[in-house]
Design a binder for this molecule. Structure first.
Ligand code: ZN
Length: 370
């Protein structure tokens, strides 16, 4: 077996939500870094999350979420005030159409705003928009924005963000995009892959295998892939060739295909205990009972984690626990690789793990065919 390469990129980045400076303040080696959504950290909060990360010397990324801008009706759109109030929102003519960004002065204004808000971050992402096909006019804009970022901010570490619609991904779009992006990016660059609505338990092994192949196509193009919001599938993604992943610290967050909230359910979903070995969330009462019997606990910091007994007032512990437990699961996936995980999960009692093993086997078979 080949030795692991020296790790220079973070393996696990925790995506923060609104007002989570407390997470950063309490963080003590629980995660490799955090992802800050620009709209969560713009007025009226004025960069509190970013300041906390800098003070703590915690590596961070800024998710500029420019893919949301085409959904805004105009500068008065009350649904999207958070997006409009960012420096990027200010630099964008609304409503935004791909044609508006073909004007090089408009594109340069947007790219410059994006560069400025990412100063100090691990990577600098060019503005990015959701891509649904090879003929999607936003694809061309994404590539133009990358070239422009390279020109405007040559000293910032350029990275690409690829946001793909699930249907398009499942029809095999990403390997074609890999070729296009490879031409715009220096070898070894970081690329974040977001696929909308990819969530364990809702996707078949075939669909997960297609997702793993998508990651592999970017990897063989010489890019470091960070899998974004792929729920527990992220663990399989690391074994399948991703260099890292980023996930909400409530673990189950997925990426939507549209920023317009049309879900009748309350977005505040109950926090559960994350079990890295089973790669699943466990109801907190169940986790507590299993913990007492010595069947479940924290391997990362057994003495001082405390998450298993945390009540609602200490939800922050459950979130920190989710981060370091997830990272442990990812480290194991990296160590074992696809073949090792198939062996470990092939006969597992949890259906989800058997399905991940199946997906890894399918992806590998398809990779050999290609
Ligand atoms: Zn823990």
């Amino acid at each position: 077996m080949a030795l692991l390469p020296d790790r220079t990129e973070p393996l696990f980045l925790t995506r923060l939500e609104h007002n989570e400076h407390k997470f950063i303040e309490r963080c003590d080696g629980d995660t490799d870094g955090v992802v800050i959504n620009l709209r969560f950290d713009s007025p009226p909060k004025h960069g509190r999350l970013k300041r906390a990360a800098i003070e703590k010397r915690l590596p961070f990324l800024v998710d500029i979420e420019t893919w949301r801008l085409p959904f805004l009706t105009g500068p008065e759109d009350e649904e999207f005030l958070g997006d409009i109030e960012t420096p990027i929102g200010n630099a964008t003519p609304l409503p935004l159409r791909p044609e508006s960004l073909k004007d090089s002065a408009v594109l340069a204004g947007l790219v410059r705003a994006a560069a400025q808000v990412q100063v100090g971050a691990l990577y600098t992402f060019a503005p990015y928009f959701l891509v649904a096909s090879l003929d999607d006019p936003w694809l061309e804009i994404n590539l133009l924005a990358l070239a422009e970022m390279r020109r405007i901010a040559p000293r910032q570490p350029l990275a690409a963000w690829l946001y793909v619609d699930f249907e398009a991904m499942s029809k095999g779009l990403v390997p074609h995009l890999a070729e296009r992006y490879r031409r715009e990016l220096p070898l070894g660059s970081v690329i974040v892959l977001t696929v909308s609505d990819i969530r364990a338990g809702e996707r078949t092994p075939e669909e997960i295998a297609t997702y793993l192949r998508a990651i592999d196509s970017l990897r063989v193009s010489g890019l470091h892939v960070i899998a974004d919001r792929a729920s527990e599938i992220s663990v399989a993604a690391i074994a399948g060739g991703a260099a890292g992943c980023m996930l909400g610290n409530r673990i189950y967050r997925t990426a939507p295909a549209s920023p317009i909230w049309d879900n009748p359910f309350n977005p505040a979903i109950k926090l559960r205990y994350f079990d890295g070995e089973g790669v699943r969330k466990v109801d907190r009462e169940t986790a507590k009972a299993r913990g007492k019997r010595g069947k479940l606990g924290c391997r990362h910091a057994p003495q001082d984690c405390g998450a298993i007994n945390a009540d609602k007032r200490h939800n922050i512990l459950v979130r920190l626990h989710a981060s370091h437990e997830m990272r442990d699961a990812l480290r194991r996936a990296e160590r074992l690789g696809g073949v090792g995980l198939q062996r470990l999960w092939g006969e597992a009692s949890l259906k989800q793990l058997r399905e991940f093993a199946q997906a890894l086997a399918l992806a590998e078979a398809r990779s050999q065919e290609a």
